[in-house]
Design a protein around this ligand. Structure first.
Ligand SMILES: NC(=O)c1ccc[n+]([C@@H]2O[C@H](COP(=O)([O-])OP(=O)(O)OC[C@H]3O[C@@H](n4cnc5c(N)ncnc54)[C@H](O)[C@@H]3O)[C@@H](O)[C@H]2O)c1
Length: 253
């Protein structure tokens, strides 16, 4: 694989399944990548794999719920690679999702924790990144949202509210900075099998989930990474302000 530099620098905020695949994909196109994750070992592991394959990457511990931590991640990109052009804001706190019951019963601590990371954390990444993107004459942002934001479900209202908020944040950023050369879009994955969610999948879930798609299989992190890479690339230059579903046809809007 050719990793020769394309001169671009990206942050992937939130490694894991989808973020890890995005980081590898961007690096393959010659982009230098900073991976920030709550789990520094995972972030460093993704970066080591990219470097071993001939790419440029560093992994850093980052809690996107903390403004200082987000600023340090952005500073790492600027100090190590000379600036920032692209950011995939992808992290989500999924540790409380099984307690995200319904609007009447849900513990407000679950709401607060979900919003603090999955929505406020994305705002923190946005406001730390934009000044750096502007210094380079523009750039692109992709947020990972979810069909939960628009399909309506009996459960996980806090997760859905955070994702709906992300779609609004993205439309604001595209509107406010589009004419300054910054594009913002959301990718809405369908069910993507990752190392993390494989550990907690109830028996029979995968088969039932395939039936809800219009596809022969569930999603892979690389399916989402391909769309994120397009949205962050020069080929995606005229795509702005969109929520794009990559879900094997599960939803049709
Ligand atoms: N996998 C799916 O089916 C699916 C479907 C729709 C949307 N999504 C969204 O895709 C994104 C990535 O999910 P994934 O499936 O790859 O999950 P994952 O668990 O593999 O990755 C999520 C990563 O976010 C990190 N993280 C959690 N809290 C953080 C914080 N405060 N600061 C920084 N990093 C933090 C975790 O350590 C983890 O590495 C999430 O936003 C999720 O909501 C996933």
């Amino acid at each position: 694989m050719n990793h020769s530099s394309n001169g671009k620098v990206a942050i992937v905020a939130g490694g894991g399944g989808i973020g890890g695949a995005t980081a590898r994909r961007l690096a393959q196109a010659g982009t230098a990548v900073v991976i920030g994750d709550l789990n520094p070992d995972d972030a460093e592991g993704i970066a080591r794999g990219i470097v071993a394959a001939g790419g440029r990457a560093v992994g850093v511990g980052c809690d996107i719920g903390s403004e200082a931590s987000v600023q340090a991640m952005v500073a790492q990109a600027v100090n190590t690679f000379g600036g920032l052009d692209l950011i995939h804001v992808n992290a989500a706190d999924l540790s409380v999702i099984f307690r995200d019951s319904n609007a009447v019963d849900v513990d407000l601590a679950v709401f607060d924790q979900t919003i603090a990371v999955n929505l406020r954390g994305h705002l923190l990444c946005t406001r730390a990144a934009i000044p750096e993107l502007l210094k380079r004459g523009g750039g692109a942002i992709v947020y990972t949202t979810s069909a939960a934001a628009f399909i309506g479900e009996e459960e996980r209202p806090c997760y859905a509210m955070a994702k709906a908020g992300l779609n609004a944040l993205m439309r604001h950023v595209a509107s406010r900075w589009g004419q300054h050369g910054i594009r913002a879009n959301c990718v809405a994955p369908g069910f993507v099998v990752t190392e993390n969610n494989l550990k907690t999948l109830p028996e029979g879930f995968a088969d039932a989930a395939v039936k809800r798609t219009r596809s022969t299989r569930l999603g892979k992190p690389e399916d989402i990474a391909a769309m994120v890479a397009l949205l962050l690339s020069a080929e995606g230059e005229w795509i702005n302000g969109q929520v794009i579903s990559v879900d094997g046809g599960s939803t049709m809007r």
